[in-house]
Design a protein around this ligand. Structure first.
Ligand code: ASP
Length: 284
């Protein structure tokens, strides 16, 4: 089984979601697919959180409605609007987040953050999973809050490796050959949602890969592969074809922001190869 990870840019609009389908259709192995929130959704939900903790309910709802509309536009373009099962669950996500916002904020701001910002990944994976299903890519949507078991250190939860492995293995042992789940989010022992830190979806993908002893992890990005530095900052970047786990850890800590630094260790522990591929030129 392989693990694929798609980040926010690879689910930024309806064309990007269609692109994911094309990539997946070319694969013949069983897949676990980890997906981030769409485009800038996490930033928008951070604004919702900010208004909420400052007791600005109107501002929070206004910002959330903009985020919801952004997703609605995508799922309308993908022609999911007539699928009742899809709509019911999507609307129930919106309702439960709004119900949360109508409660007074807890003093624990990090707790509030995780309960709100985690919805980005729930929205995106629900859309992708249903779009694939409607287009003959049968898959099973898995709730990462029930699989990645973490501490209650909100906003930077620590993974309980053994429990997560058990849960992930049981769930991915079904007859399905394609599973879709969320990056970035997990759940603590009290069933509260937790998050693993900004840009944490790569790390989630590595946790899944580690748990199922994946054949490999592929991170699909808008760069051609692993670069020696951040192309948004430096002009003269070059692609690195092969690299040791140790060098990859060093690079990710020293600014080549292609992969989240915590991603490598779990892969190294089980010698799982990591490939970075471009979702723009995926035919290559
Ligand atoms: N959506 C989260 C973020 O933007 C996690 C991720 O994309 O890796 O930080």
């Amino acid at each position: 089984m392989k693990v694929f990870k798609f980040g926010g840019a690879s689910v930024k609009d309806s064309e990007a979601v269609i692109n994911i389908k094309e990539i997946i259709k070319r694969e013949d192995s069983n897949l676990v697919i980890i997906i981030s929130a769409m485009h800038k959704t996490t930033n928008s939900l951070e604004k919702v959180w900010d208004s909420y903790i400052n007791n600005d309910l109107k501002g929070a709802i206004h910002e959330l409605d903009k985020t919801i509309d952004f997703h609605k536009e995508i799922y309308t373009k993908l022609r999911l609007s007539s699928n009742l099962v899809f709509l019911n669950y999507f609307n129930s996500l919106e309702k439960s987040l709004k119900a949360f916002l109508h409660q007074p904020p807890s003093d624990n701001y990090a707790y509030n953050y995780d309960q709100i910002v985690s919805y980005g990944e729930l929205f995106s994976t629900w859309i992708v999973s249903n779009y694939l299903e409607e287009n003959e890519v049968i898959n099973e949507w898995l709730d990462a809050r029930k699989l990645i078991s973490t501490s209650s250190h909100f906003q930077e939860a620590r993974v309980n490796w053994e429990i997560s492995r058990e849960k992930i293995r049981v769930k991915t042992n079904s007859n399905s050959s394609i599973f879709i789940s969320q990056g970035f989010i997990g759940g603590d022992a009290n069933k509260n949602t937790t998050t693993l830190g900004r840009e944490g979806s790569d790390y989630s993908a590595a946790i899944f890969a580690w748990a199922i002893d994946a054949e490999e992890l592929t991170i699909w990005k808008d760069v051609p592969g692993l670069l020696n530095a951040d192309p948004k900052v430096f002009k003269d970047t070059h692609k690195i074809d092969h690299i040791s786990y140790k060098e990859a850890i060093e690079l990710s800590y020293y600014g080549a922001s292609v992969i989240h630094p915590k991603t490598i260790k779990p892969l190294q522990n089980k010698s799982i190869p990591l490939t970075i591929k471009s979702f723009i030129n995926f035919q290559k």
